[in-house]
Design a protein around this ligand. Structure first.
Ligand SMILES: Nc1ncnc2c1ncn2[C@@H]1O[C@H](COP(=O)(O)OP(=O)(O)OP(=O)(O)O)[C@@H](O)[C@H]1O
Length: 234
């Protein structure tokens, strides 16, 4: 049985501007949950709150039933949370190997090794270990960012728009990788996305977000409903 992620009634502010309003999301164990919404509705803010990078004013965040609202980011990683940020945040001058090693920070020295899964899922990274992160394509950088998050062997993985600006063949690879993590490793996955087809193919359940609020939750097949699609088209 996997570990779930539970977000309950989160409010988040930037100064006086409220970016999240009472947001509740359940990411079920060993399932893929997708939060969809247009630009600027608060998707990245939600993931930054879960990762502990952005403080919340109200609400609770729990992993495997353990409350981590006041837990600093490195300790959330130790509790089993992996985070793939928006824009990938690869270090361009570090090699692929060094970029993966930056994921070691929350780990004890004996745990500091790169799991084989990273290279099974993304063989291209093995071939490019000595190349600089900045020399990789956008899609390869996204694979590297996911690989770096897997270095801590997370039980729950959160991803911020993993398909953004990436070519279709690599989007497929990333989709297959997420399915493998769910089905073979029992990982709990929460992703935020704008790419509807990717979520329909991959997700077990979806949440629709608009202006900092969750408007709808249901199975991924709800993405075929016109009234749901309307919230996602510009
Ligand atoms: N650091 C910040 N300071 C002030 N306002 C911010 C900050 N980050 C985000 N916001 C605002 O909060 C709201 C939600 O932004 P957020 O980035 O979470 O949305 P998003 O759905 O992830 O959009 P995108 O897809 O563009 O990243 C927006 O109105 C944005 O302008």
């Amino acid at each position: 049985m996997g570990t779930g992620l539970s977000i309950d009634g989160i409010d988040l502010y930037y100064g006086a501007a409220q970016a999240l309003r009472g947001v509740s999301v359940e990411a079920e164990p060993a399932k893929i949950t997708a939060v969809l919404g247009r630009n600027g509705v608060g998707k990245s803010s939600l993931l930054r709150a879960i990762a502990g990078i952005q403080p919340v004013a109200r609400g609770e965040i729990a992993i495997g039933g353990e409350n981590m609202r006041r837990t600093p980011p490195y300790a959330r990683a130790r509790l089993g949370l992996g985070y793939v940020p928006q824009g990938r945040e690869i270090f361009p001058l570090l090699t692929v190997r060094e970029n993966l090693q930056t994921g070691f920070a929350p780990l004890k020295p004996a745990e500091r090794n790169i799991p084989d899964t990273v290279f099974t899922l993304f063989p291209v990274l093995k071939n490019m270990l000595s190349r600089r992160g900045g020399d990789l394509s956008g899609g390869q950088q996204q694979q590297l960012a996911i690989g770096r998050a897997l270095v801590t062997r997370p039980r729950v993985l959160i991803l911020d728009e993993p398909t953004e600006g990436i070519q279709p063949s690599i989007i497929k690879d990333i989709g297959r990788a997420l399915q493998f993590l769910r089905d073979e490793l029992g990982m709990t996955i929460l992703l935020v996305e704008q790419y509807l087809d990717f979520c329909r193919d991959l997700a077990d359940s979806i949440y629709i977000m608009d202006r900092g609020e969750i408007l709808h939750t249901g199975p991924a097949s709800d993405l075929d409903k016109p009234e749901i699609k309307r919230h996602l088209t510009v």
